[in-house]
Design a protein around this ligand. Structure first.
Ligand SMILES: [Zn+2]
Ligand SMILES: [Zn+2]
Length: 407
């Protein structure tokens, strides 16, 4: 296994001393959060634990109940006014049964922290604890604990309830553990990190008819088959081969398995579209309407497309990725920092914050050969050895942002 980045955090610095001293209590906090996971918008106990931690730390303001369970803890610097940095963590867990057997496994049947959000919360608490005691900065730091990242768009819900106006964020950062990245390595691409994840539904309709007398009816199944084939030409024939996009169908339903001789009049197809750039997203949406309608029409049927934009692409601002690079290099060394890894075609609701405020979404590697390689695995568990490096990264990012204005 790679040596732990914890050892490298500016040896003998006050940050390293402080965070090392809190490793045990932050690990206890992380495991307590892991043991009591809660689903999106129901993170009542989790939010109350976080609020209690922020109170004990002595942050200046604690705003609760934003988008239900969301919390913002505000710290003011001693050097007067300045920018406002947002540091974000997620409160929610997933609806799945934990297969781990350690003592801090989920006590709630069917709910589990399988995405490491418990670790993100502990790291952000650790960072705020240090920053509250070392306030030689101008401006403010907002620790944002959001509900419902896993499909519930909690980040958007907080924005809709005035997060950006109330706190006037000038930059925003989030760290996510990444089991596919080597342990302790940091990734912040100057550009896309995660894809836009949209929902696609196509309804193909025809007159239907008798299976033995097809020429008197309209075969919606044959039309739908042609629509599926044509739609798969959209990416390969219209998108620059050096760009990236995915269209996948996840479900199709038509007719009845009891009626082998009836041509159904309706076929419903659902799928997902993943893209990294809004221009490509717009182009694919347009082409879906045209391709589906015209293909179905050639078979005497009709097709309508419902394209629902769910999560936009998670795209880092170039200058903020550069800030992450500088900070991560000084903490962990240049060989452990990257700005050019392939983005993931999964989705992430921090995208909504990055659309409104320049910032960066950062992967902190947890690949150690011991844990499952995939988030959302029933055996996943945040590695406690990453709490201190993640906290240190949050601290140095906030300090860098707030000192930059002062310089
Ligand atoms: Zn997740
Ligand atoms: Zn996650």
């Amino acid at each position: 296994m790679a040596s732990l980045p914890t050892n490298d955090i500016c040896a003998a610095s006050r940050l390293a001393d402080h965070l090392s001293g809190r490793q045990a209590s932050l690990t206890d906090l992380r495991r307590a959060l892991h043991a009591c996971p809660e689903l999106g918008y129901k993170e009542v106990q989790t939010a109350s634990t976080i609020a209690e931690q922020l109170r004990a730390i002595g942050v200046d303001e604690i705003h609760q109940g934003i988008a239900g369970t969301g919390i913002v803890g505000v710290l003011r610097g001693e050097e007067g006014d300045g920018p406002v940095v947002g540091l974000r963590a997620e409160l929610d867990a997933l609806a799945m049964e934990e297969a781990n057997e350690f003592s801090w496994r989920s006590k709630r049947p069917g709910v589990m922290h399988a995405c490491g959000h418990d670790g993100h919360m502990a790291a952000l608490v650790g960072a705020m604890d240090y920053l509250a005691k070392h306030r030689q900065f101008s401006g403010k730091i907002c620790a944002i604990f959001q509900p419902a990242e896993e499909g519930g768009a909690g980040a958007k819900a907080m924005i809709d309830e005035g997060l950006l106006e109330r706190f006037a964020l000038s930059s925003v950062y989030s760290i996510h553990n990444a089991p596919w990245v080597p342990f302790g390595e940091v990734v912040a691409n100057a550009g896309p990190m995660m894809a836009a994840a949209d929902r696609l539904e196509i309804l193909v309709e025809g007159a239907g008819g008798h299976g033995g007398i097809p020429h008197k009816g309209t075969d919606a199944i044959l039309a739908a088959a042609a629509v599926i084939q044509s739609v798969q030409s959209i990416v390969s024939r219209n998108i620059d081969p050096l760009d990236a996009a995915v269209i996948s169908f996840g479900g199709i339903s038509a007719g009845s398995m009891e009626q082998y001789n009836v041509l159904p009049g309706c076929v419903r197809i659902i799928g997902t579209v993943r893209t990294f750039r809004p221009e490509i997203q717009d182009l694919i949406e347009d082409l879906l309407h045209r391709t589906a309608a015209n293909t179905a029409s050639a078979f005497g049927a009709k097709a309508s497309v419902k394209f629902t934009r769910r999560y936009p692409a998670t795209v880092n601002a170039r200058e903020k990725a550069q800030i992450v690079l500088g900070v991560a290099e000084s903490l962990f060394g240049s060989q452990r920092t990257h700005t050019d890894l392939p983005p993931s075609t999964a989705g992430e609701d921090f995208a909504f914050m990055l659309q409104a405020v320049p910032g960066a979404y950062i992967w902190l590697g947890q690949g150690n050969g011991e844990q499952p390689e995939s988030l959302h695995s029933p055996r996943y568990d945040f590695d406690d050895r990453l709490i201190v490096p993640a906290a240190a990264l949050f601290v140095r990012l906030a300090e860098k942002e707030l000192e930059a204005r002062r310089a």
